[in-house]
Design a protein. Sequence first.
Length: 633
Amino acid sequence: MAASIAIIGGGPRGISITERIAAYLRGTSPALTLHIVDSAQVGAGRVWDTAQTHTLCMNTLAGAVTLFTEPGATVGAPVLEGPTMYEWIQLVRGDREAVSGPKRSLFDAHQPAALPQFDAEIAATRPESNPSRALYGEYLRWVWRVALAQLPASVEVVEHAARATRFAGGAISLVDATGTTTIHTDAAVLASGWVLPAATEEQRAFAGSGLTYIGAGNPVEQDVARLGAGERVLVRGMGMGFFDLMALTTIDRGGRFVEDASRRSGLRYEASGSEPHFVLTSGRGYPYLPKSEYHSLPPKANLSRLRAAISAHAAVDGSGALSFGRDLWPALARDAYAEYYRTLARVRPDSLRAPLEEVLAAIDAADLGAAANSDDIIPVARALSGVLDGLTSEPFNMAHWVDPLAGTHALSIEDLGTRITDGMVADITEAVAAWDSPVKAGLWAISAGRKPVAVATQNGRGAREAALGQYMAFGQMVGSGPPLFRTRELLALYDAGLVTFLGPEPHVTVNSLRYRAASHSRTAHAAALADAFLPAPDIRRAADPVSRSLIDAGRVRPFSPGGVATGSPETDANTRRTVHPDGSLDAHLHITGIPTGDQWADTTISPMPGTDPLMLQETDKTAHSLLVQAGAV
C-alpha cells in the first residue's frame, strides 16, 4: 500500500514542505499519496489570495523574499535554486539578463500564465518596492506549481478544498461543501499559519453588544463594509492591521491621496464622502514608525557587540540561565548608540564635540551593570545617554523611542494630536533621510537585533523576562512599521479631519448605546469598534476544532520553559513532531510555523535571500520527518 502524508495548510509553509519532500525523494520512486488540505486558495492561502484588492501591500520588499533554498543552506536535501520574488517579476517582464542561469532555466521550464491585471505593478516594481499581496500570491502559486513538478511520478497529489476539523490517530476529518469526509494518513503536519485564539471575555461582550464590532483578524477578511460613511469608529491598534483597515476604507472607497508639496505629509487627501472617522488608540498610543526610504534593500546593521555577548553568554542546554536584560541588552544598546554616532559623524561631523573614536570608546567603557536588569530596558538607554552627555550637540535619546508618549497623560486630545503628528512629520523626515539619518541608523540596529536575540533565547535557552518582551515590542514598533507612503497617508487623513488620536493604554467599555474608550484623562465615544491587530495563537485558548481535538486527545502540550506555560504547542527540535503531556513524541503529528513562535525564533518572517532562512530550515526538517514517519524513505 502507498504511504500517505497530509499537509494541512497550502500557504507558504505547505508549499515549501512539498518542495522539500520532492528534494528528499529525488531519484526515487516511492508509492506515496500526498494530501494537501486548505479551504482557501492552495498556494496562496487567505492572506495572499490572488483575487483580493491590489490596495493591500506586503510589508516585505520584493527583493527581500524567496521561497527557494540556496547553495550553502542548512538543509538535508539538495537545494532547488529558484528566483526571489523580484527576480521572478524581472523574468515575467522579460528582464532575463539580470537573473542567474539556473533560476532562468527553472522559470523557463515552468512559464507562468499571463498576468495582465498586474501589468502596471510588474512594470513599476523595484527590489525595494512593497508588492501587492495579490501579486505575492501569484508568485507563491507559481512556486507551488514548480514544487509539484519536482515530485516523482509515483507520488499522487490530492488537493482537498476543505477544512480539517479533527485528528484521531491517523484519521483526519475534513469538512467541505459536500459535508464531512475522512482521510487516513501515516504522517501529517499542521502548517496552518496564523490561527486565532478564542475570543476573550471582553471581545465576546463587544460582539454581543448589538453595536458594530469588527473583531481581530486578517484585514482582508474583516467585514469593514459595516463601518459606515462618516461613522465615528474606535480603533485599537496602530500597526499594519490598522494601515490595512485605513486603506480599505479610504482608497477602496474612492478616496484619493494626491501629491502636494505644500502639505506637511506631502499628500492631500481628496475624500469620497464614504470614509469613517477613526479614533485611534493602542498600547503605546503612537503609530509604528515608517520604514526608511533607502531606494535599495536595507543596510546590514553592525551588531558586533551583541553577537559577542551571545557567544559569551548563550546557555545551550535549555537551562534558561541566559538573561536578555542583563547579558544581551547592554551589548545591543551599545551597538545602537554606536551606529547612531557613526552616522552622525559622517553626515554632520560638527555635531560631535569629541573625535568619533572617543565617543565610541565612551560607549564601550560605560558601566551599565547597575542599570541592566530583567524588568526594564529603559535604564540602560538612559545610562548610555548620560555617559555621552556633553560629547555631542545631537544626543541620541533611545528611551524616547521606547515610550514616545511619556509625560503626555494630562494632554487634551487636541494637544496630543499635535504632539503625535509633529512627531510623524519628524518620522517622515528621518525616513526620507534613510542612509543619512543617525536616528534611523540607531533604530535599525534595534530592529535587526531581534533575530539574533530570538535565536539566542529560543527553546528555553533564555529566561522569560519582561525586558525581553519589552525589547521585542520596541523592535517591532521601530522596525516593522508600514512603508513610508502609508505614514504619509495617515498624516494626510489627520490633516483632512478624518483621524483623532486618543493616546496609549486604552480602557474600552460598552453599554447598549456606545463604546467608551479612556486613555488617562482623555475619553472618546463611538457606536463602532474595530480591533486592528492579530492576537498571537494560543494553544491554551484554541478556538479552531482541529486544535481542540489535539488537546482533548493529549497529543500536544504547551511549551513551558521553567515551568511557565506559553501559548505555543511544544515541538521537537529536530523533527517538529509534537510533544505529548508525558514528554513523548507523537508518531504522526507535526506542527510548524507561527503557532510555535513562543518556542522557535523567526516564525512570522518570510524567508529572506542570502540569510539561510530559519523557515526553510524548519520545512526541510519537517519534510524529512514526515517521510520517515510515513515509511516513505
